[in-house]
Design a protein around this ligand. Structure first.
Ligand code: ADP
Length: 688
C-alpha cells in the first residue's frame, strides 16, 4: 500500500550525539585555550617580574657598593686630615710642651673639637674644654684604648666614630704617638660623613627605590640577626632562619622566587643573597605586587564564567533539542506503528481502498486498488482520480458535495478488456492533525463482477435445470403418442391406398412421418439437454485442441466470406470431454460467424488467466445489447428466424459441467466476445 504521507518532511536537525560532541569539543578547546593562556601569561609575568626583581637587586647591590665606597673615601679623607692636624700639634709639642691653655686656642682655629694629650703612662696632661662642653658621666679608660700607641706598637690609631659624650653629634676620633712619649688624641665633627652615609647608603637606596616604584610592594635587606634596611611600609619580618625558603636562599647563588603572603597581601617575592666585595652581608628580599597576576586571574575568571554561561545555555539548548527530538521520535514511532498497522491492514484488505483530497487528487491507493486498476500507486498518487476512471472521479465529486457523510454507488469499470462491476462505499473525511489522508473522500471498492457473474450463472443454471426437467417431462409425455402417430402414419402409408388423390395422400403421410421424426429429434435433444451424457474427461492442450478443429471452424467462416484467425498459447492444459467441448466451440464459432457480416473476422485465442484456461471467441459482428446478453443463455432464446435458442444453453451447461463458465462481453470496437473459461489442469504449464 502506498500513500502520500503529509507529515514527511526533511529534518535539517543534527543528531543530539553530534551536537553534544561538537559542544564538548568547543568547551574543551575553550577551556584548554583559557588554561594555556593563563599558564603562558603566568610564566611570562613571572619571568618579567623575576627579571625586574633581578635588575633591581643588581642595581641595589651596585648602588650599595658605590655608596659604601663613597662613604669610605670620605671617611679616609676626614681621617687623614684629623691625623695631619694631630701631627702638627705633636710638632708644636716637641718645640714646647702643649698646655691646656695652648690647646684651647688651637682647638678653636684648627677645626678640631676636642684635644687630649696623654703622657707615656696614659695620664691626661693637657686638654681643651669646648665652651659648651658638659662633663662626661662615663669616662672611658684611655690607657686601655691607647695601649697600642703607648706600648709603641703603632704610631697612629683611628678610634672610630662615636657619639660625643655631651650629645652634640658624632665625632671621628683618632690618636697619634707623642714624640715626647704618650699620645695626642683629637676628634672632629663626623655628622657630615654620617649624613653622607645615610643619604647614599644601601638603606636609603632601598627606601628611595621602594617608594618610587609602582610595581614594588617592599624591599627588605635582612641578615640573620635583624632587618638592616627596608622600605617604610615594612614594620617587621620573620627571622631569616625561621623561614626555610629564606634560609635556603641565603646559601643559593642565584635568585629564588615564590608567591607568598606579606602583611595579608599576596606578593611575588624574589630573594637574593646580598654580596658586598664578595662577602655575604645578608639577603635582599624584593616583594613585587601581583596586579598582573590578578589581572590574568580576573580575565581567566571572566572567561570561566563566560564558559559556564555558555555551557549552561548550550546544555539547556541541547537538552531541549534532545527532549524535542525524543518526543518527536516517540510521536513518529506511534505514528509509524499506527501507520504500519493501518498500512498492513489496508494492504491485506481484499477490497480496494482509495482516497482523494479536496481537489480530487489521489492520496491513497492500497494493493487491492493497484490490482483492480492495473496501476502502480507511485504512478498515480498525487495525480487526479479521473486518470483511473472518469466515473469514479465524478462519484468522488458527488460524495464531496452530497449532504450525507457517506454514500454507496455501483459503477462499471473496464480494465484489460474486461468489465468490472464495482460497488463503492464513499465516506467524507473531516481530516485533522496527523491524519493519513487529510481532508477528502475515502472509498472502499468491492468488485462485484464475480458475484454478479455467479448470480447470473446460478440463475442460468437454475433456469436451465428447470427447463430441462420440464422439457424431459414434456418429452416423455409427447414421445409415446408421437411414436404412435409415427407408426400409424407408416402403417397408413404401407397398408392403405386411397381411391383417389393417392399422390396427395402419400405426400401428407410422409410429411407427418418426417415431422414426427423432426419432433423426435427435438425431443431427443431435449432429453439430451435434461440428462447430458456423462463427461469423459481427458487432459488436452487447448491450443492443440482448437487447432484440431481449425479446418471445420475455418470452413464455417469462409462459407460466409468471413476471415478466421487462430491464436494459441501452447501449454494451456485442461481436463475436457473433447466431443462435448467441440460442440461448445462449434456452437459459439457458428453464432459468431452468423453475427458477422461479410469481410468481417472471427478470432479464436487460447490463453490463461488466473488459474483458468480461456478460449476467447471474438467477432466483428453486430454486437449484443445488455438485454440480449442477459437472456441469450436461456433455453429457446433466439433472435434468428431459424434459430432454436438451444445452442448457448447447451454450451453453457457443458462448460458448467466442466467446472467452468461462459462470459459474454461487448467488444469496445464493435462485435461480441465470448470467453469460455475452464479450470487448468494441475500439470498445466502455468502451474508447473
Ligand atoms: P440460436 O443460434 O439458435 O439463435 P443460440 O442459443 O445459439 O440459439 O443463440 C441465442 C441467441 O444469442 C442468438 O439468437 C443471438 O441473438 C444471440 N447470439 C449468439 N451469438 C451471438 C453473436 N456472436 N453475436 C450476436 N448475437 C449472438
Amino acid at each position: 500500500m502506498r500513500r502520500i504521507d503529509p507529515s514527511r518532511k526533511h529534518l535539517l536537525l543534527l543528531h543530539p550525539a553530534y551536537l553534544g560532541g561538537i559542544f564538548s569539543f568547543l568547551i574543551i578547546v575553550f577551556l584548554g585555550s583559557t588554561i594555556f593562556e593563563y599558564r603562558y601569561r603566568r610564566a611570562e609575568i613571572e619571568h618579567m617580574m623575576q627579571e625586574e626583581a633581578s635588575l633591581l637587586i643588581h642595581a641595589l647591590t651596585v648602588g650599595a657598593e658605590n655608596a659604601v665606597e663613597g662613604y669610605n673615601g670620605n671617611r679616609t679623607i676626614l681621617t687623614g686630615s684629623l691625623l695631619g692636624r694631630l701631627r702638627l700639634l705633636d710638632r708644636i709639642d716637641r718645640l714646647k710642651p702643649l698646655t691646656s691653655r695652648t690647646l684651647a686656642d688651637i682647638a678653636g682655629t684648627g677645626g678640631m673639637y676636642r684635644i687630649n694629650v696623654f703622657d707615656s703612662t696614659g695620664r691626661r696632661i693637657a686638654w681643651n674644654v669646648p665652651p659648651d662642653h658638659a662633663p662626661s658621666l662615663h669616662h672611658r679608660d684611655p690607657k686601655r684604648e691607647l695601649e697600642p700607641i703607648l706600648s709603641g706598637r703603632v704610631d697612629s690609631l683611628v678610634l672610630g666614630i662615636r657619639e660625643s659624650v655631651s650629645d652634640r653629634g658624632p665625632r671621628l676620633i683618632a690618636a697619634i704617638a707623642r714624640s715626647r712619649g704618650g699620645a695626642i688624641v683629637g676628634n672632629v665633627d663626623a655628622s657630615g660623613l654620617l649624613e653622607l652615609r645615610r643619604s647614599i647608603g644601601a638603606g636609603s637606596l632601598i627606601r628611595k627605590i621602594g617608594a618610587g616604584e609602582a610595581g614594588i610592594d617592599y624591599i627588605i635587606w635582612q641578615d640573620t640577626t635583624a632587618i638592616l634596611a627596608a622600605t617604610p611600609n615594612v614594620s617587621g619580618a620573620d627571622p631569616l632562619l625561621a623561614d626555610p625558603v629564606l634560609a635556603l636562599a641565603l646559601r643559593a647563588r642565584k635568585p629564588t622566587t615564590r608567591m607568598t603572603e606579606f602583611d595579608g597581601r599576596t606578593v611575588f617575592e624574589v630573594v637574593n643573597p646580598f654580596y658586598y666585595h664578595g662577602k655575604n652581608v645578608g639577603l635582599l628580599r624584593v616583594g613585587l605586587k601581583t596586579d598582573h597576576f590578578s589581572a590574568a586571574f580576573a580575565k581567566l575568571r571572566n572567561r570561566f564564567f563566560m564558559m559556564l554561561g555558555l555551557l549552561f545555555f548550550g546544555g539547556l539548548a541541547l537538552f531541549n533539542l534532545v527532549i524535542t527530538r525524543r518526543d518527536r521520535a516517540l510521536a513518529a514511532g506511534a505514528y509509524q506503528r499506527v501507520s504500519t498497522f493501518s498500512s498492513s491492514m489496508l494492504s491485506s484488505m481484499a477490497d480496494a481502498v482509495l482516497s482523494v483530497d479536496g481537489a480530487g487528487i489521489l492520496t491513497l491507493l492500497n494493493a487491492a486498488g493497484e490490482r483492480l486498476f492495473g496501476v502502480r500507486a507511485d504512478e498515480v498518487l498525487g495525480r487526479p482520480a479521473a486518470l483511473l476512471s472518469l466515473e469514479l472521479a465524478s462519484l468522488f465529486a458527488e460524495a464531496a458535495s452530497g449532504e450525507s457523510l457517506s454514500m454507496k454507488r455501483e459503477f462499471r469499470y473496464r480494465v484489460g478488456g474486461r468489465e468490472h462491476v464495482l460497488e463503492g462505499s464513499f465516506s467524507r473525511l473531516s481530516g485533522g492533525e496527523g491524519s493519513a489522508v487529510g481532508e477528502g473522500i475515502v472509498v472502499v471498492l468491492r468488485d462485484l463482477t464475480e458475484h454478479h457473474a455467479m448470480q447470473e450463472r446460478l440463475e442460468r443454471h437454475g433456469k436451465l435445470t428447470a427447463m430441462g426437467e420440464l422439457a424431459s417431462g414434456v418429452a416423455h409425455e409427447i414421445r409415446n403418442p408421437l411414436n404412435a402417430i409415427g407408426l400409424i402414419a407408416q402403417r397408413l402409408d404401407i397398408e392403405f391406398t386411397p381411391k383417389e388423390d393417392e399422390a396427395e395422400f402419400r405426400h401428407l403421410l410422409r410429411t407427418v412421418v418426417s415431422e414426427v421424426h423432426r419432433l423426435n429429434a427435438i425431443i431427443q435433444r431435449f432429453l439430451g439437454f435434461a440428462r447430458p451424457p456423462a463427461l469423459e474427461l481427458v487432459p488436452a492442450d487447448l491450443a492443440a485442441f482448437v487447432a484440431d478443429y481449425r479446418a471445420v471452424l475455418e470452413g464455417e467462416a469462409s462459407d460466409k466470406g468471413v476471415a478466421f484467425n487462430l491464436y494459441g498459447e501452447p501449454g494451456t492444459i485442461a481436463m475436457i470431454d473433447r466431443e462435448q467441448m467441440r460442440q461448445v466451440l462449434l456452437n459459439i464459432v457458428r453464432n459468431a460467424v452468423e453475427a458477422t457480416p461479410r469481410d468481417g473476422a472471427v478470432s479464436v485465442a487460447v490463453s490463461r488467466d488466473a488459474g483458468m484456461a480461456v478460449i476467447d471467441v471474438a467477432d466483428t459482428g453486430k454486437g449484443t445489447t445488455p438485454d440480449e446478453r442477459k437472456q441469450m443463455f436461456n433455453l429457446y432464446f433466439t433472435t434468428k428466424d431459424e434459430g432454436t435458442g438451444m445452442g448457448l444453453s447447451i454450451a453453457s451447461q457443458i462448460v458448467q459441467s466442466h467446472g467452468g463458465t461462459i462470459v459474454v462481453e461487448d467488444r469496445p470496437g464493435g462485435g461480441t466476445l465470448f470467453r469460455i473459461l475452464v479450470p487448468t489442469a494441475p500439470f498445466s504449464a502455468e502451474v508447473s
